[in-house]
Design a protein around this ligand. Structure first.
Ligand code: RAM
Length: 511
């Protein structure tokens, strides 16, 4: 069910991407010593003569999203055969040690950023057609003729984004780690801000509603590109499924099209995306346009309640996201997200003075809170439990806190209890950690929230992150929801929110 009027609005807001020409920062040697990756500067790549099997490693100094140009020359006899070359891009040096042939994951291996090309004419200049996300580049000459040597004379990346780092002042603080968190967050967000807010420029290179919510929040405190957020909301609202549901994710090329995935939590978040946008811009016209879509998501979710007035558990199917990680039961968390989003719905309805909606939403909110406590609270455990096995997870407690099912004092006790007990079903993504930090702040634990933020995101920086990663489980560094970390994304927008927290809650110069 396309709403062409909405899609036209989105089309008119298509950004012109800013381009920057980025040169190689240094030529390096990359190797492993006692399973630790070492990177050392070596002689400049253009001074090297490459034969069959030679490799060069280039470091662009920071994470780039862009297009690669190569200028190739030679020494020796006139080239008498094509050069066969392998080009391997890496966001994280770990990818340079991975071999796509060994990939056994369940999502497509075509995400792995590795090419093999033949070049017939040397000297020549080549431009690779794809856009890549990377900091490091490995070039291997699989074969050349013995009569001449290949020389890579120049390598340049034409980096693209809809925003520029020059437009954002760094966060004002003396705290070195906070400065780093801010810098890495900004780079992460910038490199995901393309024609739309992409989830990750390596993978999936498309827009997910849950990711959009966090990116847009961070954007309002940093790049302040309001038009991009507006464009993205109109795209989602212009691509509803027949019954009025929002898709969890959309494609924009070659045409705007919804993916066939519905996620209860992502669809519900539209109310929060819309309110955040309105609060940042005061744009009442957009709020009026998109209000019904937001409230409809709540109405639709209300049809998914069971006889106990909580969201029906749909088990292991991909029906509600919350977090990656094995075995997480979503029932209680989904119910909490519904309660949370009703609060946003009420705030939207109040702005537009929709009295009937306000009464209906308030009534449903009270009913759901009561049902959630009755159905999910386990007095003996002192935690909420979810699903047929009464599972107590971090995600469930955090969402119940954010839903404000209990008062603040009780929520504070709950979060400390969870930290003490450390339930076995933990958080694995920075996306879920975002909500943990948010819950701590809402419990007036600002200092603890900052410590936790430094611990989790800071650890990623200590592990070499130039941009924050899609997944980071300090308990299992190989963690991947896809059966192999080869397709993990190392610049993932939902991880960029330290900059949002720092600016909104810790700095006076927030907005
Ligand atoms: C993955 C991506 C994306 C996320 C969805 C649910 O494909 O990481 O960011 O929103 O899953």
């Amino acid at each position: 069910m396309k709403n062409q009027e909405f899609l036209n609005k989105a089309l008119r807001l298509l950004p012109t991407l800013k381009e920057t020409k980025v040169e190689v920062a240094q030529t390096v040697e990359v190797y492993k010593e006692d399973s630790e990756i070492k990177i050392e500067k070596t002689e400049t790549y253009s001074d090297k003569q490459l034969n069959k099997g030679s490799r060069i490693y280039l470091d662009f100094g920071n994470h780039q999203v862009g297009y690669l140009h190569l200028k190739l020359g030679y020494t020796g006899s006139h080239p008498d055969a094509p050069v066969w070359m392998r080009i391997h891009f890496a966001e994280n040096p770990v990818e340079l040690f991975e071999n796509a042939k060994n990939y056994r994951g369940w999502i497509c291996s075509s995400w792995i950023e590795e090419e093999q090309i033949h070049i017939d004419t040397i000297p020549s200049e080549i431009k690779l057609p794809r856009r890549y996300a990377f900091r490091y580049l490995e070039i291997e000459t699989i074969d050349t003729s013995m009569k001449w040597q290949l020389v890579v004379e120049d390598v340049v990346c034409r980096s693209v984004s809809s925003v520029s780092l020059d437009d954002v002042k760094p966060v004002e603080t003396d705290d070195e780690m906070a400065k780093k968190l801010d810098r890495v967050s900004l780079r992460t967000l910038q490199n995901c801000m393309q024609d739309v807010f992409e989830d990750g420029p390596k993978r999936d290179r498309r827009m997910w509603l849950g990711d959009l919510r966090l990116q847009a929040r961070a954007n309002y405190y940093t790049f302040k590109n309001y038009d991009l957020a507006k464009r993205c909301m109109y795209i989602f609202a212009g691509l509803l499924f027949n019954e009025g549901k929002l898709s969890a994710c959309v494609f924009t090329e070659p045409e705007m099209e919804p993916d066939d995935t519905y996620l209860l939590d992502y669809a519900l978040f539209f109310s929060s995306v819309l309110l955040d946008y309105y609060e940042a811009t005061g744009d009442l016209e957009t709020l009026r346009d998109l209000y019904d879509v937001a409230i409809d998501q709540i109405r639709i979710a209300m049809t998914q309640l069971n006889e106990k007035n909580v969201v029906e558990d749909l088990g292991d199917a991909f029906w509600c996201f919350l977090d990656w990680g094995d075995g997480l039961n979503k029932q209680a968390g989904a119910t909490a997200v519904l309660i949370y989003c009703i609060r946003y719905g009420i705030r939207l309805a109040k702005i537009l003075d929709k009295q009937e909606d306000i009464s209906w939403l308030e009534e449903k909110q009270a009913m759901l809170k009561e049902a959630a406590v009755k159905e999910f609270w386990d007095e003996a455990l002192g935690m909420f439990v979810s699903g047929p096995d009464c599972q107590a997870s971090w995600a469930t407690q955090i969402w119940m806190i954010l839903a404000r099912v209990f008062d603040k004092e009780t929520n504070c006790k709950l979060i400390h209890h969870v930290m003490e007990v450390n339930p076995r079903i933990r958080m694995v993504t920075p996306y879920m950690y975002h909500h943990y930090i948010d819950a701590l702040i809402r419990c007036d634990e600002k200092e603890l929230a900052l410590e936790e933020m430094k611990r989790y995101w800071g650890e990623m920086i200590r592990d070499g992150a130039d941009t924050f990663w899609e997944l980071y489980n300090p308990y299992n560094r190989e963690e991947s929801p896809y059966g192999s970390s080869m397709v993990n994304s190392y610049c993932h927008a939902w991880s960029c929110t330290p900059t949002y927290f720092l600016r909104k809650f810790y700095m006076d110069n927030g907005k």
